[in-house]
Ligand binder design. Structure first.
Ligand code: AMP
Ligand code: MG
Length: 348
């Protein structure tokens, strides 16, 4: 009968504990299938209903961006632009904005990033999954169709045009752009802590975790199934481009979805994956693709030449070598099972 005895101290303790639980920030999550990717959005917020509403809005934004930025949706504006046979095509304001920002990145990376690689992406079968290795004569024809400088953008008139036969896609930058947009919207709704995981290849951390510690992000081993390392991320974004993310094999050769604009073929730069961290997810996404096309040595030179961009890089090469630029020396560590590997720190 002991448990029937009224014990005010115990009751008080229970009440304090309960109210404590209610005040603690709640973690809420949503899983979304958009841009051909399973995405996970996590929001930490004291205000549970506001957090849930912000997440609902974020999901709506993702679906809308998927619709407007997809190159394959036949009703979409990118499809219309690609099939306009050289005529001006009306785009909505945010697509023009993304196009202009992406073209700046194409120029900055000397054309390693080139939205018009799309013609090759399509010919290799990466749009449909009906893969094929084009003949050299076809590749020569495709090389002539890859040239982002031919894209004309009329920002005030919200329209763009491409020479007939050329086409573009936002595959290299859309998730980064989407993550930046979501972060902006969530911050505008008072959310201070969130992890936007748009399919591992693009992740944006708004603030830190509940305990104030950075989020810990697994860095995939390009040659295996597991995580080779861990990256600590707070108030920053990251983007990874890797040869393991989308590929097919023919006659024992692997062909992946990142195209070298100079060859119209999968980029063979000796890199297996490139992870970029920066304040902007769009920058991370665009640069990870571009640096993958370059090579470890060229990418390193690019990093040294552009301190104003405020980005850092993890290079993983096909031979398994790992190198990180100086800013990630403390934030990156090897995962269990990989601690015998060496990490080279690249000095500025
Ligand atoms: P990511 O996974 O961000 O590296 O982007 C790869 C996607 O961008 C591919 O699936 C293509 O749609 C497109 N793409 C491939 N190569 C390039 C390139 N060199 N520049 C721009 N976009 C590319
Ligand atoms: Mg990218």
């Amino acid at each position: 009968m002991n448990n029937r005895v009224f014990r005010p101290a115990a009751l008080l303790a229970a009440l304090v504990l309960l109210s404590g639980c209610q005040a603690a920030p709640a973690r809420q999550e949503r899983t979304v299938l958009a841009m051909d990717t399973v995405m996970n959005l996590t929001v930490i917020s004291d205000a549970k209903e506001e957090g849930a509403a912000a997440l609902d809005d974020a999901v709506d934004t993702l679906y809308a961006l998927d619709q407007s930025l997809s190159a394959t949706g036949e009703t979409g504006q990118v499809y219309a632009l690609n099939h306009a046979e050289g005529a001006w095509t009306a785009l909505d304001g945010e697509t023009v904005e993304l196009l202009s920002q992406s073209l700046e990145l194409c120029a900055l990376t000397g054309g390693a990033l080139d939205l018009t690689a799309h013609a090759a992406v399509e010919e290799w079968g990466f749009l449909t999954g009906e893969y094929r290795v084009p003949a050299q004569t076809q590749l020569d024809g495709l090389i002539a169709l890859i040239d982002y400088t031919q894209i004309q953008v009329d920002e005030t008139g919200a329209q763009a045009k491409l020479p007939a036969g050329m086409s573009l896609d936002f595959g290299a930058v859309a998730k980064g752009y989407a993550a930046d947009r979501l972060a902006e919207e969530l911050a505008g709704q008072g959310v201070e802590q969130a992890l936007l995981d748009l399919g591992q290849s693009t992740i944006l951390a708004l603030g830190a975790k509940e305990n104030g510690q950075p989020w810990r992000i697994g860095i995939q081993d390009p040659a295996g199934d597991g995580y080779l390392g861990v990256l600590e991320l707070a108030d920053a974004a990251m983007g990874t481009s890797g040869s393991y993310q989308r590929y097919f094999e023919q006659d024992g050769v692997r062909y992946w979805h990142i195209i070298d604009p100079k060859t119209a073929s999968p980029a063979r730069s000796g890199l297996a994956s490139v992870t970029v961290t920066a304040p902007s997810a769009l920058l991370c996404d665009g640069l990870s693709t571009a640096l993958f096309v370059m090579s470890q040595a060229e990418g390193t030179e690019f990093w040294r030449a552009h301190p104003e961009l405020g980005f850092d890089v993890i290079f993983i090469e096909e031979d398994g070598s790992i190198s990180v630029t100086a800013g990630l020396e403390d934030a990156f560590s090897l995962a269990e099972g990989y601690t015998d590997r060496e990490v080279t720190v690249i000095a500025p």
